[in-house]
Design a protein around this ligand. Structure first.
Ligand code: MG
Length: 459
């Protein structure tokens, strides 16, 4: 059996890998799976702004309907809003037609649980098995599903209003620059911020699906034009999102890119000041998260990399906030997935209530020095990481194997982890002492090479 699901759903280039036939078959497999659990299942379906989104979505909807599943089509929405909708509409499953941050020729399908969380690995495997077997349930003409449409924007806006101090934001009246990459966030974030009392200048907010101005991945190198505009305008804060707006990255008023760890820590600090509870993050995130949690005397739980595991742990623990080093923040009280819309609102609220600048709030966070690097490696990367771990353990170092190999030092750590999707090994290092992060980074690379003399490594 081939593995078609990646870290969160299926993604590929249209039409070679992902096309209408594929979507129809995937929907019939998902529909057959849901029919096996319940007589009349209901599924929410939304999509991002991609050119191929509408026809892929229609195929997907047809597949569900032919399996006897009712469909609520919520149209073009950010992934977190589809996840939110699933919970509000009390459905049995969901799907988002999106390729997240991938280039415009890509599309993809993310399947969701009834509560809006990404579908569990176990259920994904079951759907995949049905997909591969081609044994689909087909409803009779009387049993086909019904499709309805619902606009969930106002519901989401209302839920956001209930969770923020809109008066504080309105009285501060912050100036926010948004860059939506022409993705689904463009239809929500600028309007929501204005509704809350911000002055908003939105870039790349046309939703043609071409992503012609910038790649939808909000990396520092893809945001050079945005940086120039931000520098010229000097807003209180700038935010850039990926294609389906589950992630948000931020810039200061002078166009400086802020690491995801830091914005997550800022949101964490603000959320914990309102409500205390467990925090969940991955082994790749900065210890700033732990330092902030210590101030509020709450626990931090660390998981493998991936928002699905973070969300699962949040649910299990009744955690109040979760997040990742790439700028994804999860507010389990609102939606069971990373929400780049609400994290923006929360940071804007934190600035507004503090009467400080974004830069001042960031400078108040505990200081850590970081390097995020990658090396190209040919061959079996997972076992190479294990060999590295074994060598260091034999030399008496403390190594955490939650995900990859994380070597723990008194003032920091270095994580060596094989990428699941690319032929690379990621090397993240951190220390509270300036310069040590470089020492740990170099140390990890030399030990990795020592443990894997037979491998071809490109630094
Ligand atoms: Mg995304």
């Amino acid at each position: 059996m081939g593995k078609i699901f990646g870290t969160f759903g299926v993604r590929g280039v249209y039409p070679d890998f992902l096309n209408e036939d594929f979507a129809l078959k995937m929907a019939r497999a998902f529909g057959t799976f849901l029919k096996g659990l319940k007589e009349n299942p209901k599924v929410v379906v939304g999509r991002d702004t991609r050119r191929t989104g509408e026809s892929i979505k229609e195929s997907f909807v047809s597949g569900l309907i032919s399996s006897g599943v009712d469909v609520v089509d919520v149209g073009i929405l950010p992934t977190p809003l589809v996840q939110y909708s699933a919970r509000i509409l009390k459905v049995d499953g969901g799907a988002v037609i999106t390729a997240s941050h991938n280039p415009p020729e890509y599309n993809g399908i993310k399947l969701l649980e009834g509560n809006g969380m990404g579908l569990s690995r176990k259920k994904e495997a079951a759907v995949e098995e049905i997909f591969e077997s081609g044994k689909f349930y087909t409803a009779s003409w009387k049993g086909v599903g019904k499709k309805s449409q619902k606009d969930m924007k106002i519901d989401y806006f209302m839920s956001v209003m209930e969770r923020v101090d809109a008066n504080a934001i309105a009285s501060r009246n912050p100036f926010v620059v948004t860059d939506e990459a022409g993705g689904a966030g463009a239809l929500i974030l600028p309007e929501l911020l204005e509704t809350l009392g911000c002055r908003v200048l939105s870039l790349n907010s046309h939703t043609s699906g071409f992503f012609s101005a910038r790649n939808p991945e909000p990396s520092e190198s893809n945001l050079k034009d945005t940086e120039k505009i931000v520098k010229a305008l000097s807003p209180d804060i700038a935010v850039a999102q990926d294609g389906d707006a589950d992630r948000a990255v931020f810039m200061t008023s002078d166009g400086k890119f802020v690491q995801g760890d830091k914005t997550f820590a800022l949101v964490e600090k603000f959320v914990l000041s309102e409500r205390k509870g467990p925090v969940v993050t991955t082994v790749a995130t900065s210890n700033i998260i732990d330092e902030v949690a210590k101030e509020f005397k709450v626990e931090v739980y660390r998981t493998k990399v991936g928002d699905l595991v973070v969300t699962g742990k949040l649910l299990e623990l009744g955690g109040v906030i979760g997040g990742e080093e790439n700028g994804g923040v999860i507010f389990p009280d609102l939606a069971l997935g990373r929400d780049g819309i609400f994290s923006t609102v929360k940071i804007v609220e934190a600035i507004s209530k503090s009467r400080k600048t974004f830069e001042e709030l960031l400078s108040e966070l505990p200081k850590f020095y970081q390097i995020k690097d990658k090396i190209r490696v040919r061959g079996d990367r997972k076992s190479a990481v294990l060999k590295f771990a074994k060598l260091l353990k034999s030399e008496g170092f403390t190594v955490d194997l939650t995900d990859g190999a994380k070597v723990i030092f008194d003032d920091g750590w270095v994580l060596v982890r094989a990428s699941g999707t690319e032929p690379i090994i990621r090397i993240f290092s951190e220390s509270r002492i300036e310069g040590k992060e470089k020492e740990y980074h170099d140390f990890a690379i030399s030990k990795f090479i020592e443990a894997n003399k037979d491998l071809e490594v490109e630094i």
